[in-house]
Design a protein around this ligand. Sequence first.
Ligand code: ATP
Ligand code: MG
Length: 753
Amino acid sequence: MSEHKDFLRTIVEEDLKSGKYKEIHTRFPPEPNGFPHIGHAKSIAINFGIARDYHGRCNLRMDDTNPTTEDTRYVEALKDAVQWLGFEWDNSVRYTSDYFPKLYDYAIELIKMGKAYVDSLTEEEIREYRGTVTEPGRRSKYAERSVEENLDLFERMKKGEFKDSEHVLRAKIDMSAANMKMRDPLLYRIRHAHHYRAGDAWHVYPMYDFAHCLSDYIEGITHSICTLEFENNRDIYDWVLDELNLTPPRPYQHEFARLSINYTVMSKRLLLELVNKGRVSGWDDPRLPTIAGYRRRGYTPESILNFCDSIGIAKANSTVDVSQLEFCIRDDLNTKVPRVMCVLDPLKVTIENYDGNEELDGPYYPDDVPKEGSRKIPFSREIYIERDDFTENPPKGYYRLTPEQPVRLRHAYIITCKEVIRDADGKITEIKAEYHPDSKSGSDTSGIKVKSAIQWVDAESAKRVEVRLYDRLFRDEAPEGLEDINPDSLKVIKNALIEPAVITDKPDERFQFERQGYFYADPVDYTDEAPVFNKIVGLKDSWSKKTKAPEKAPRGERKPQVKKVQVEGEVAPMSETEQARFDRYTVELKLNSEVANTLARDEKLSGFYEEALAVLESPVTLANIVANEVARELKEKQPDALKFSAEKIAELVKMIDDETISTKIAKQVFEEMAQTGENPVQIVEAKGLVQISDPALILPIIEEVIASNPDNVAKFKAGNTKLLGFFVGQVLKTTGGKANPQVVNELVAEKLK
Ligand code: ATP
Ligand code: MG
């Protein structure tokens, strides 16, 4: 467990201490409508991790209440993912669909108590009656039906006597509730559809809000952990469980921020689109953020879990840099895998003064890896080196082979270039070289100074292999769709050459190809006759803007340096001052531990934060801007080189607080401030960025979006409620991010009902 407890573990500990629960019981409740992705891994790590840490139990439950999108194939993929990550679910896999009879009985109970009724308004009317964020709703006249009539109708709904959407079952709560979700939410709807497990037994299906809380209760769950977008649903969760007079204890819902990663899409809709349109090779394409994809690429379960641990658990949504995930796999493999030599773009070198052949000794692991093992590396007159390890026009700092500069062949001899052979087009086809017999690695008495060692393979014994080089699937930092795909995300090299021991010895499945990166024998396509390797990750972060890559191996046979990133509660312990700051930020100012950690550990950043705080008492919003936006600027500049002051940041945050602008727009304004040094209020005014919250202004846009996406409307109406996000996104996009997301959400939901 990390040093700093996250807020969920704090809650769990308090609940155990107070005796609220004797044992912790969590669950991971995916809907089997797609392959799980790294976001699910976070949820798996949290739910199973908490159960493990507090000696409790965790269920795996298929939340399968939607008959039209679910499939056993996805159930298998979910089971696989949990097991691969190293967790075991309690008992057998659970299915919400197994509870359909029980849920139905609970619904009957609510009807008998006068707390639920069959409504027969049209979908259009239901939406209209619900009111808006600014106006209360009206209750349907059908809410006055007698208990007997409701029971009769509900039973006939179940038997399939009515058409889809002719009736629904609704909770009788409060049509003027401020939380619009509480305005008589739907509990059941009619669906004449075949369910992949329940078959054709049912003609009514429970809604998420009814099924989830009761499934939790039925399973004896104590902490129902879900993502932030369910915050408003918590009131229904509590209402259902409280009204039903259940035998205690009952579960409670707690929300955390969902994971998002830059250059990555995690919406199942988009993943499904990538797969269905053949833009990737399948759900396990190594470029996908699915567990199956990472697994096929060569990520280890440990690296994924370390990543989930390192990002912490927060109460505010934010985006994690993909390089943090890449760091985690590099960090894991660095201490585990053999180092071998593979040449991706071979250039022939003939060593003219060498005859015969020999076998050299090469340890698989560097000194700082606590593993033993070595292999024989054949050496003879003809070898191959990497084409770009030779140049006739070396730029400054080029340490490899040139006509003037000798180089060491890793684990072997030093060679000197004697002659460069070209074809008719002037392309270099061969190097003629000489080796220095007394320079053998380990017993070098030559006295020749070289600046680096390069990988090579022996021409006669090397094996031909296919190498698949993967890069990020999206070129856009915040990809929105297929249009943002990186066209160069896959490069296949058919004729790479590898030293024979990799194929004949098979010391491992994952390797470091020296100076190239980490690679994995593809678990599907690899055979000894036609070996295929996937690139897992490079040796260093090639996308990072700030760290300029140092020249490779500047002296002798140096090991690649692994960069340590700052990871919550993982790296150096805090100094006393830092710890004091951290405590004040988390306890007094109620910052989440992730943000508090960032601020507390950075002198400049916390100074800036405190200064802004003195002007505006809005600790949380300020902290978020400072820990993300300002931090980025401060990484590159000294505080006095910044174009904005703490005071101006306070002004910016004030506009967020009084809802003049959205958080999204605030980021845009910040960019402008950082570049021009202009006043935030002026930027907002000049650019017309004021947030739009007025439904009258937003509704026409919603109507337009709905009108121009008839296909998605149809899918949504057919039960694919996940498309809500698509519509909201389109509306926000149309308004350039100016519409108030909360208001858009409610209005879109209403319009589509
Ligand atoms: P969709 O993308 O279709 O809305 P989903 O991603 O929410 O679906 P579910 O199968 O409902 O998928 O998710 C199962 C569990 O995983 C839920 O408890 C959900 O909160 C969690 N989860 C899903 N995505 C993420 C994410 N990006 N970060 C953290 N947890 C997630
Ligand atoms: Mg979901």
